[in-house]
Ligand binder design. Structure first.
Ligand code: SF4
Length: 179
């Protein structure tokens, strides 16, 4: 089991205080999430970290079973222009990658981050894993891994609602899996 106290000190050093420990085995993984990617999302097949460039739903379930702990980091924001959300999430994803690395170096060899938004490390995604321009930094989202983020967050009383307008406050979650 990871040493929560040490990890939490590391999280706080990086400025993160809004996080919740969850049991990875309780992460809700469902086929309907993959179906939403496949039909209805314009990023399907266009980014190296989105379906179909990710494991099957069954493999994703097994992946989460490999872990004993996950820290879920909560971020909330409203934006005037919907496209502004990517700049916001990108700056957070970059910082969380640094945190993931420090968690790894602190002895947690299985540390693995799931971005809260699709990978925008490059201005334009190469589209396939083979062509990815930053394979060391690219990470999928929970949704790309078949995670029902709503169902998972609600199990722990975390705020999350379907929004009718981008100007409403978004509640977004990045997952850091550790062992
Ligand atoms: S690092 Fe660049 S090429 Fe790779 S998935 Fe992310 S945006 Fe796409």
């Amino acid at each position: 089991m990871p040493d929560r106290e040490t990890l939490e000190a590391l999280f706080r050093q990086h400025g993160y205080t809004d996080f919740t420990w969850i049991d990875p085995k309780k992460i809700v993984v469902a086929h309907w999430v993959r179906m939403k990617c496949r039909f209805g999302c314009d990023e399907y097949g266009r980014t190296a970290t989105c379906p179909p460039n990710v494991p099957s739903v069954e493999e994703c379930r097994e992946f989460f079973n490999d872990y004993s702990e996950a820290a879920v980091f909560h971020f909330a924001k409203s934006v005037e222009n919907p496209e502004d959300r990517h700049d916001w999430t990108l700056s957070i994803s970059r910082k969380l990658l640094e945190l993931e690395r420090e968690v790894f170096i602190s002895g947690h060899r299985k540390a693995f981050l799931l971005f809260m938004d699709s990978c925008h490390l490059c201005p334009e995604c190469a589209g396939t894993k083979a062509d990815c321009r930053n394979p060391e930094g690219a990470r999928p989202t929970p949704e790309a891994m078949g995670v029902d983020v709503f169902g998972t967050a609600r199990q722990y009383g975390l705020p999350i609602e379907v929004l009718g307008d981008y100007s409403d406050t978004m509640n977004r979650y990045a997952f850091l899996l550790v062992e």
